[in-house]
Design a protein around this ligand. Sequence first.
Ligand SMILES: [Ca+2]
Length: 271
Amino acid sequence: MKHILVSLLALVYATQAPANGLSGLILKGVVSSSYSNTYSMLFGGGATNEVVSNFSDQFNRERTDGFSVSCWFKKTATGVYQMVIGNNVSGSAYRGWSLVVQDDDQIQWDLLNGYPDNWAQVVTSASVSSNVFVHVVGTKASGSSAASSMKVYINRSAAATTTGSDSLSATTVGTDPLRIGGRAADGNNFFGNIDECSLWNSELTPSEVSALADVNGKPANLAAHPAYANLAHWWRMGDAPDSITQIRDRRGTNHGTPIDMEAGDIDPVVP
Ligand SMILES: [Ca+2]
């Protein structure tokens, strides 16, 4: 399915002969861009540590920063603790942030200095289904490190959450790698498809969360998003020119590398 969002053809007729002596019609500018979503990345089908990682920017965020994380995913496993995206691993007491599907299928949004004594977490009351694409967004308000500054949206609706922990009082800037599809170092691998992941330098508002999808509920072209100025990174997860050796950042140069993945993991399955 293709979504043609912008198609602009500009023709400018010259009214004066240009300096090179030619005259007549000059094609001053032709601007045309299109957006379509054809591929996602399939995780967990082969090697157990299939992830996209090796990013140059780990997207470290301080505990009072405002930021947001958005991913679409279709999980195939249930009863499994699965990290969708995050930059924390067990070796550092999980310092950093992560967006996780718990083994009860509820969504967990975490920001930690260290487990188990210094961290903030909210958990959705609702669980997400398997074998259907779900859009999950975690947002964090600036100026606070309380759990109340963290929200989760499921399919663009604010989700009711419970507070898993509210003890965060120290830095959340760590040294762990950013990974999509699992922590790798200690498992927590995702099973299923992940698509159209984006990281934002601001707390997305409810209307900005809504704008992550088009009128049909499909992933929107973020190049036209109202908060585009705050878009830090955007991975299309398999759409050209992505390859099995590189998942390209469409906003910057923070490209990722599929690890332990095969060409067939670029999967023509999308929301
Ligand atoms: Ca895609």
